[in-house]
Design a protein around this ligand. Structure first.
Ligand code: WT7
Length: 655
């Protein structure tokens, strides 16, 4: 580790290896600059060219971009396509027997599907959905474990034009219920159980609980994929087993042709208010972003074995598991389990066993694996690897260097990809055969992505000074709206204060003299916990929903592994608890949040006060709470506080 630390004091640059440059899809900075120049000269012409090259159109488009109704943009809007056709049928003549998916279960069992088989599976399932009366425009919630079937479920929806909304399997019944209601879903696709790290999670029981909470009358079908013993309560006629549903279905299903702007999916993500946002994506623009980034950033080659470790419950699992790799005809690995089971060598063993060439994971996973088994990668043959990727949060240079030297054996470029649920695909990331790497920087925007850093009034900020990260010009893969909440979309992402034209990402960033972007973190009340986005308000609402709690404020505290740990400052309805009682209530409240939202939102720490530090106008001073959470001395001015004495009570965590 001593050598790693010393490297950190240098500002090292890693230019691409000449051998890599030679074989790359985009070779050398000149080629990268030429692509950027083509886009800047005529943005619609640039994206129009790519859309013609990469997408199979049922009806070709004649218009590329319509900005009349800004920020509600239309791309390729007189064109028609089907996303599932673009992911599957297009490969049937050229490479039907190529492996599309290598699935490895938690216990190590392996299942494979070729493109032909996957096409059959998707068609049969799509016909099954149709037999339930599900049709174009209907919303379908998917609450499934990582599996080939999860991909089949999503692709099946896309095939018939139903809009899917995947809910991560770690979310609670309450969160699932909210999302079912918000979407007005007609069906839920789930499994009897999910297996991760040797543990079983009963997904179907959670679905039953969610629907029983009421108001979900729109749900007329629940489809259950049998992953385990099949011990579920069947509510007939609502519930149907996956295998029963597809039993007599044809394996041919004509795709439903949809408009370019047809909503392919919605995906809920956290924002600065208590209510999650239903981010709505298009069909053609979204697909184009997934395809171009597979080519540019992952330098996709037909011989690659691609592995993105993200769950399909997150956008990374949509763009780089379900859609991007299939659209481009890749062989990919899908994994049911966790990186630490049976031990911290699981990822490396799987890379060796499946000869993975391109590996994409999150800094939080890398950091926990460094901690648990820094030497584990050395036990496996990782020579198949040629490219490594990182996503979800800034990767600290120390973790970057370990990833680069120990996992990639100083041979594989590390692509640090900055993007968001809303952007649909990579925005700022190195093109590995062109852009020299700097550990900790996501480097330069992709061609066609016009990124900038501005102040509160939307004015450009000189390089070297931090500000708000914006994207100044439209790009095809951006979310189209928030499901049912267009005004919220406009206000959140295209605020008037910034002139209304720039997409405001919600991150602060810095740009150095070479034009490289360094992401500093969220500027809104959103926490990054193990690569997942959680709104502080969301956790606060969950806490105050407890009968014990009067008031709560949640902040993040830097954490070595998780990026941020969740610290909740709580005022109880009764008196401030002491000693063992405080401990017990803290445990109870942490579990409460876990049941309300899901285990990822469980506070790491709870502190009780008679009140919260507030200004005289009643505003909670979160900056002070952040300082307290870190255990640092308060140096800020506290003279505007209504109740400075409260700070003393909030200094110490409950033990
Ligand atoms: C937020 C978006 C993109 C898929 C996973 C997360 C942070 C994401 C990076 C990166 C620094 C990053 C940002 C962003 N983020 N990637 N490479 N470097 N920060 O999607 O849940 O929508 O979260 O994740 O803060 O705004 P998401």
């Amino acid at each position: 580790m001593a050598t790693i630390k010393s490297i950190l004091h240098e500002t090292r640059i890693f230019p691409p290896d000449p051998a890599f440059v030679e074989q790359a899809n985009v070779s050398g900075m000149e080629t990268y600059h030429a692509l950027c120049a083509e886009a800047e000269k005529d943005l619609p012409a640039f994206w129009g060219r790519l859309a013609k090259e990469h997408i199979l159109w049922h009806k070709p488009f004649t218009r590329v971009l319509d900005e009349t109704n800004h920020p509600f943009l239309n791309w390729f809007d007189d064109g028609e396509l089907n996303v599932s056709f673009n992911c599957l049928d297009r490969h049937l003549d050229t490479q039907p027997d190529k492996t599309a998916i290598i699935f490895e279960a938690d216990d190590g069992a392996i299942t494979r599907s070729t493109y032909r088989e996957l096409h059959h599976q998707v068609c049969q399932f799509a016909n099954g959905l149709k037999s339930l009366g599900i049709k174009k425009g209907d919303r379908v919630v998917i609450y499934m474990p990582m599996s080939i079937e999860a991909v089949v479920a999503m692709q099946g929806c896309a095939r018939i034009g139903a809009t899917h909304s995947v809910v991560f399997g770690g979310f609670s019944a309450k969160s699932l219920h909210e999302r079912i209601l918000n979407a007005g879903a007609v069906a839920v696709i789930t499994a009897d159980e999910q297996r991760r790290g040797g543990k079983i999670n009963h997904l179907k029981a959670v679905v039953d609980d969610a629907i029983a909470r009421g108001g979900a009358d729109s749900v007329t079908s629940v489809v259950i994929y049998q992953r385990g013993a099949g011990n579920v309560q069947l509510h007939v006629p609502r519930d149907v087993w996956w295998h029963e549903l597809i039993k007599d279905q044809s394996d041919i299903c004509e795709p439903e042709w949809v408009n370019s702007e047809h909503p392919l999916f919605t995906l809920y993500t956290s924002g600065s208010t208590g209510r999650p946002k239903g981010v709505q994506h298009s069909s053609a623009g979204y697909l184009l972003g997934a395809i171009t980034s597979m080519k540019w950033v992952f330098d996709y080659k037909p011989a690659d074995v691609f592995w993105c470790t993200a769950d399909v419950g997150w956008v990374t699992g949509h763009s780089y598991v379900t859609y991007g790799p299939l659209a481009i005809g890749a062989t990919q690995v899908i994994f049911e389990g966790v990186p630490t089971y049976p031990d911290a060598g699981r990822f490396w063993k799987m890379i060796q066993d499946h000869q993975v060439t391109v590996f994409y994971t999150a800094p939080t996973a890398i950091r926990s694996l460094i901690k648990l088994g820094p030497d584990f990668p050395g036990k496996y043959d990782l020579s198949s690897l040629r490219l490594l990727g990182s996503v979800g949060e800034p990767i600290n240079p120390e973790a970057w260097i370990w990833y680069y030297t120990v996992v990639g054996q100083s041979r594989c470029p590390v692509v640090d990809t900055w993007w968001q649920t809303e952007t649909g695909s990579h925005m700022i990331a190195p093109l590995p055969g062109a852009v020299p790497l700097k550990p900790g920087s996501c480097t330069l925007p992709l061609p066609g992505i016009i990124a900038g850093i501005v102040d509160e009034a939307g004015h450009d900020i000189p390089d070297g000074k931090g500000g708000f990260l914006v994207i100044k010009r439209p790009f095809p893969s951006l979310a189209r709206t928030l499901w049912g909440e267009p005004e919220r979309f406009r206000k959140t992402y295209f605020p008037e204060e910034l002139g209304g034209k720039y997409y405001l990402a919600g991150d602060s960033a810095n740009r150095d003299a070479d034009g490289y972007f360094w992401i500093m973190g969220r500027v809104d009340d959103v926490l990054t916990v193990s690569g997942h986005r959680l709104g502080t308000m969301e956790i606060e609402s969950a806490l105050v929903a407890s009968p014990l709690v009067a008031e709560a404020a949640v902040v993040g505290k830097p954490d070595e592994i998780k990026t941020e740990a969740i610290v909740a400052f709580v005022v109880l309805k009764g008196s401030r608890p002491q000693g063992a009682n405080a401990h017990d209530i803290a445990v109870e409240l942490r579990n409460w949040v876990s049941t309300e939202i899901g285990p990822i939102a469980r506070p790491d720490e709870i502190r009780f006060g008679d009140n919260l530090p507030k200004t005289r106008s009643g505003k909670i001073m979160r900056r002070l709470l952040r300082t307290l959470a870190k255990g640092e001395e308060i140096t800020q001015d506290t003279s505007t506080l209504e109740n400075p004495a409260i700070l003393e009570q909030l200094k110490h965590p409950i033990t």
